[in-house]
Design a protein around this ligand. Structure first.
Ligand SMILES: NC(=O)c1ccc[n+]([C@@H]2O[C@H](COP(=O)([O-])OP(=O)(O)OC[C@H]3O[C@@H](n4cnc5c(N)ncnc54)[C@H](O)[C@@H]3O)[C@@H](O)[C@H]2O)c1
Length: 700
C-alpha cells in the first residue's frame, strides 16, 4: 500500500517514501510522511530526520491519477507537508537516491539540507501537463538554483542531473553511491555542529537584471503563448519569487496553478498523458505476458521506409540486416541511411563514436540465409500483395522458428499476408510512419491469429525504439490512414465548393495542426493519395470524391519531390507558394459542376475537417479496430501532427459535445455530399444519450 516507511539509524529517523513505481505523492504517502514526522518529533531520542525514496527513485511527483478527485485536495496537502518539513524543529536532510520530479523536488527543497546521488535527475515537469509547480516550486527553486537556471527548468520542464547542479545551493553534497548513509552522516553532523535549520523561504535573491531578463523570457515564449498558457504563468511566478516577499510569491503561484488546472489546454495535455499510458495495455492480453527476446532484426526492402526502420534499431543498439533484391537497390538504400546519419553528425546532434557505432550495426545482404537467425523480421517491400506473398513464403521457409514476422503494409490485409506462412500466430503488422526514424507513432496491427506474446513483444519493441505503440485491428488503413482518407475527401470537397488550399491549410494550422492537409500532401507525395483513391474508386463505386486531386496529379504535380503540387515551389525551397495553375483547375471544376463558389469561413473548414475525422473514428471504435477512444487520440497526436493541447480528435469531440457535432453534421448533409455525413451509429447513439466516447466500452 502507498505509504512511508519509518526506521531508526541510531538517533536518525529515516523516512522512506514507498509507492512504487515512482513513489508518487498520493494521499497514502502524504499521510505516511506526516505521521512519520509526528513520530520523529515526539521521540526525544530522535535528533534528525532523513527523507528518501524506495528503489531507484526519490519521488516522481504528485499522483496524477488523483487530479480532479477529492484525494487530491484531501489533507495533508503537499503544501502542508512542505510547511511541516521546512518548519520542523529537528534537521531534515533529503537523500535524493534517484529521480526527484515535481512535488518530489518541491518537498526536497523544503528540507534543511540535500544530499544527492550524482546521477540523480531533478526537475519540475508540470509545464508539460499545462500547469506549473503548485507547492512552492516556482518560489523555492529560484532561491536555491538562481532565477535563470530555475526559469529554464520550470519553463522547459526538462530534468537536470544533480552533477550539473553541484555548485548551486540546491544540493549540499553530491555522492557517487550510498546516498542514504551519506545523508545519515550529514544529519549527525548537523546535530553535532548545531548547523542552522536552513529554510529556503528565507533565502534572499540578488538579481539586478530582473526586468530585462523577464522581458526577454516573455518574448521567447510569446509565439506559443496562445495555445500553451502555462509557460507564461511560470514566468510570472518566478518573477514574483525574485521581486516579492515569499508569501506574496506563493499567492501568485497558487492563483496561476488553480487557473491552469481548469484550463482546456491542461485538461487535454493530461488526457494525452494518460492516453499514452493506456495505449500500452491490451485488455485481453495479461500485462505479465512473457516477451520474446529481440537481439537481432532483419528488414526486407531498403526503400523509403526500410532504411528509416533499420535506423530505429541501430539507434537502440540492436544489430540490423537489410535485405534487398539487387546490389544497386541495397547500395542506394544504405547510402540514404548513411547520409541521414551524416546530417545529424554535422548538426552536432550525434558524436563520431555513436555515428560509427550506429552505422556499424546496419549490414546489407541479398541472401535470406543471412537473416535466418533474426529474432524479428520487418517487411517493407512494395505495396503489392504478390510481392508480399513471395516474401512471406520465403521467410516462412528460411527464418528460424519463434521469430516474429512483421509487415509494414499500410493498406493490405494482414490476415491474408499471415496466411502465406505456416505460422500466422507469429505474424503482426508493425506500421511505421514516414520518416520512420523520426515519427513517434507505431501502429501494431493485430491479425486474427496474432499470438498474445507477439503482441506483448511488439509493445515492448515500440518502447525499445522509443516509439508510442498503439494496437489496431485489421481494416483498410487501420486507425490513422482510414480516418485520414475521410478527412482528405472532405477537404477536397471544400475546394469544389469555394475554398482554396491555402485557406484550408491556414484554418487548420490556426486550429493547431502542425501542417494543413495540402501542405502534408505535397510533402508526402500526391501520387500516394492518388493510388489509394484509384483503389477506392474500384472498391467503393458508390462513394463520391472530388476530381480536383486527380486533375492535379495528372499534371505530374506530385508535391515537393516534383517541385510542384498543390503549391508551387522555388527550386531548392520548401516554402509553399499559391499556384495559379491549381487555382485555375479548382475554379474550372466548380464551374463544370455548376457550383456557385462561396466564401467558406475558417470555422466551417475546421468543423468539416474534424467531424469527418471524428465520424470515421466512431466507426473504427465501434468495429473494435481501436481498443479505446483514447488510442485514436494517441494515433493522431503521435503520428499526424494533431495538436496535443486539443487532446486528440475523440477527446475534442467529447469536449465539443456529441449532440452539437451531430447537429452540425446534419446541417452539412444538406449540402452537396449527404453520404459523407451519414453519422456513424455509435456517434448517433452516444449523442442521443448525451454520452461520450471516453465513457464508452465495447461489449465483448
Ligand atoms: N512511404 C510511406 O510513407 C509509407 C508509410 C507507411 C508504410 N509504408 C509501407 O511500407 C512498404 C514500403 O514502402 P516504401 O515507401 O518504403 O516503398 P519503396 O518503393 O520506397 O521501397 C520498397 C523497397 O523494397 C524493395 N523490394 C521490392 N521487392 C522486394 C523483395 N522481394 N525483396 C526485397 N526487397 C524488395 C525495393 O527494391 C525497394 O527498395 C509498403 O508496404 C508501404 O505501403 C509506406
Amino acid at each position: 500500500m502507498a505509504s512511508a516507511d519509518y526506521t531508526l539509524r541510531g538517533a536518525i529517523a529515516v523516512i522512506t517514501l514507498d509507492n512504487p513505481p515512482v513513489n508518487a505523492l498520493g494521499l497514502g504517502v502524504r499521510q505516511g510522511v506526516a505521521d512519520a514526522l509526528e513520530r520523529a518529533q515526539a521521540d526525544a531520542a530522535v535528533s534528525a530526520v532523513v527523507l528518501t525514496g524506495t528503489g531507484a527513485t526519490f519521488c516522481g511527483g504528485a499522483d496524477v491519477s488523483e487530479f480532479g478527485l477529492p484525494a487530491m485536495i484531501a489533507a495533508p496537502h503537499l503544501t502542508d507537508l512542505c510547511d511541516l518539513v521546512e518548519g520542523f524543529p529537528k534537521p531534515v536532510i533529503a537523500a535524493l537516491n534517484g529521480l526527484a520530479l515535481g512535488g518530489g523536488l518541491e518537498l526536497a527543497m523544503c528540507c534543511h539540507y540535500r544530499v544527492a546521488l550524482a546521477a540523480a535527475q531533478v526537475g519540475l515537469p508540470e509545464v508539460k501537463l499545462g500547469i506549473l509547480p503548485g507547492a512552492g516550486g516556482t518560489q523555492r527553486l529560484p532561491r536555491l538554483a538562481g532565477p535563470e537556471r530555475a526559469l529554464n527548468m520550470i519553463v522547459s520542464g526538462t530534468p537536470v542531473s544533480a552533477r550539473e547542479l553541484a555548485h548551486t545551493e540546491l544540493l549540499d553534497q553530491i555522492v557517487e553511491a550510498d546516498v542514504v548513509p551519506a545523508a545519515v552522516e550529514y544529519a549527525r553532523r548537523a546535530v553535532d555542529e548545531k548547523l542552522p535549520l536552513k529554510k529556503t523561504r528565507d533565502l534572499k535573491i540578488h538579481f539586478p537584471n530582473a526586468e530585462a531578463f523577464f522581458d526577454f523570457a516573455r518574448a521567447a515564449v510569446a509565439p506559443l503563448a496562445k495555445n500553451y498558457p502555462a509557460p507564461g504563468k511560470c514566468i510570472d511566478a518566478v518573477e514574483a519569487a525574485v521581486l516579492r516577499p515569499f508569501d506574496d510569491g506563493m499567492k501568485v503561484e497558487r492563483a496561476a496553478f488553480t487557473e491552469l488546472l481548469g484550463s482546456s489546454e491542461s485538461k487535454a495535455l493530461r488526457h494525452v498523458f494518460f492516453a499514452i499510458r493506456a495505449a500500452s495495455k491490451i485488455p485481453d492480453v495479461p500485462s505479465g505476458t512473457p516477451q520474446r527476446p529481440i537481439g537481432s532484426v532483419a528488414v526486407i526492402g531498403a526503400g523509403t521506409m526500410g532504411g528509416g526502420i533499420a535506423m530505429n534499431f541501430a539507434n537502440a543498439g540492436v544489430p540490423v540486416t537489410v535485405l534487398e533484391t539487387t546490389q544497386a537497390a541495397l547500395d542506394k538504400g544504405l547510402g540514404v541511411v548513411r547520409k541521414n546519419y551524416e546530417g545529424t553528425l554535422k548538426k552536432g546532434r550525434l558524436s563520431q563514436k555513436d555515428f560509427d557505432k550506429r552505422l556499424g550495426l546496419i549490414k546489407g545482404t541479398l541472401s535470406y540465409d543471412e537473416i535466418a537467425r533474426a529474432d524479428l523480421v520487418i517487411e517493407a517491400v512494395f505495396e503489392d500483395m504478390q510481392v508480399k506473398k513471395q516474401v512471406f513464403e520465403t521467410l516462412d521457409a528460411k527464418v528460424k522458428a519463434g521469430a516474429i514476422l512483421a509487415s509494414n503494409t499500410s493498406t493490405l490485409d494482414l490476415d491474408k499476408i499471415a496466411g502465406y506462412t505456416q505460422r500466422p500466430g507469429d505474424v503482426v503488422g508493425l506500421h511505421f510512419f514516414s520518416p520512420a526514424n523520426v515519427t513517434k507513432l507505431l501502429e501494431i496491427v493485430r491479425g486474427a491469429k496474432t499470438a498474445d506474446d507477439v503482441l506483448a513483444t511488439s509493445l515492448g519493441i515500440a518502447k525499445q525504439i522509443k516509439k508510442i505503440g498503439v494496437v489496431a485491428g485489421v481494416c483498410d488503413g487501420f486507425i490513422g490512414n482510414r480516418m485520414l482518407n475521410s478527412y482528405f475527401r472532405q477537404m477536397d470537397f471544400l475546394l469544389d465548393e469555394g475554398a482554396l488550399p491555402l485557406e484550408i491549410d491556414k484554418a487548420l494550422e490556426a486550429f493547431g495542426f502542425a501542417m494543413g492537409p495540402f501542405r502534408v500532401a505535397d510533402l508526402a507525395g500526391n501520387d500516394i493519395g492518388w493510388a489509394i483513391r484509384k483503389r477506392l474508386y474500384a472498391e467503393h463505386p458508390e462513394r463520391a470524391f472530388s476530381r480536383i486531386p486527380d486533375l492535379i496529379c495528372e499534371l505530374g504535380r506530385f508535391g515537393q519531390k516534383t517541385g510542384a503540387g498543390w503549391y508551387d515551389y522555388k527550386p531548392g525551397e520548401r516554402n509553399p507558394l499559391p499556384s495559379e495553375v491549381v487555382t485555375k483547375i479548382i475554379l474550372e471544376e466548380s464551374s463544370r459542376l455548376g457550383r456557385a463558389r462561396r466564401e467558406i469561413g475558417a470555422e466551417e473548414i475546421v468543423e468539416r475537417a474534424l467531424y469527418a475525422l471524428i465520424n470515421e473514428g466512431a466507426q473504427i471504435l465501434e468495429e473494435g479496430i481501436a481498443q479505446r477512444a483514447s488510442d485514436i487520440d494517441v494515433v493522431y497526436i503521435a503520428g499526424y501532427g494533431f495538436p496535443d493541447f486539443r487532446g486528440g480528435p475523440m477527446f475534442y469531440a467529447d469536449s465539443v459535445g456529441l449532440p452539437n457535432i451531430l447537429r452540425a453534421m446534419r446541417s452539412f448533409a444538406k449540402g452537396y455530399q449527404p453520404d459523407a455525413w451519414r453519422p456513424a451509429p455509435l456517434l448517433a447513439k452516444l449523442a442521443a444519450e448525451n454520452g461520450s466516447f471516453a465513457g464508452w466500452r465495447k461489449q465483448s
